[in-house]
Design a protein. Structure first.
Length: 145
């Protein structure tokens, strides 16, 4: 607005951009667990440590939260789900495990986008971890904000 100009009570500023649905971030950071994962023979003999990071973009619906766990995505339930996937049996690739976690997360229709990072912690001597990060969504053109 130019200097010296003021808005009257009846004037309305035009909206800039498009109004979007509100999003909430639900995340799990650095969940470390053991699972049978890897393509090498020695990786099939014993479970190994992996670190999981999960970030969900969740649509805030019309229902108020009302301090009720039923009205939100429960991170404890997500963590138990990841642990359950890890206990299903051997997985060859971290990419496959990450896809399994993403699919589980997107099962809830409120979850619009999920980012999953799976890291093997004890593979390379000179590296803290190796792994993969994927992003999946209900809508192919959706992106993290």
């Amino acid at each position: 607005m130019a200097a010296g100009r003021t808005l009257s009570e009846n004037q309305i500023l035009p909206r800039v951009g498009v109004v979007r649905a509100s999003l909430r971030r639900v995340f799990i950071r650095d969940l470390v667990l053991e699972c049978s994962i890897g393509i090498h023979a020695h990786e099939r003999t014993a479970p190994q440590r992996v670190r999981i990071n999960l970030d969900l973009a969740v649509t805030e619906g019309e229902t108020p939260i009302e301090d009720d766990i039923r009205n939100v995505i429960c991170y404890e339930r997500l963590a138990k789900g990841i642990q359950g996937l890890a206990s299903l049996g051997h997985v060859n690739l971290v990419e496959t495990f990450a896809d399994m976690i993403a699919e589980m997360s997107l099962h809830d229709p409120r979850v619009q986008t999920v980012r999953v990072r799976v890291e093997k912690l004890d593979i390379l001597k000179n590296a803290a971890s190796v792994g993969v990060e994927i992003e999946r969504s209900h809508h192919p053109d959706a992106r993290f904000q």
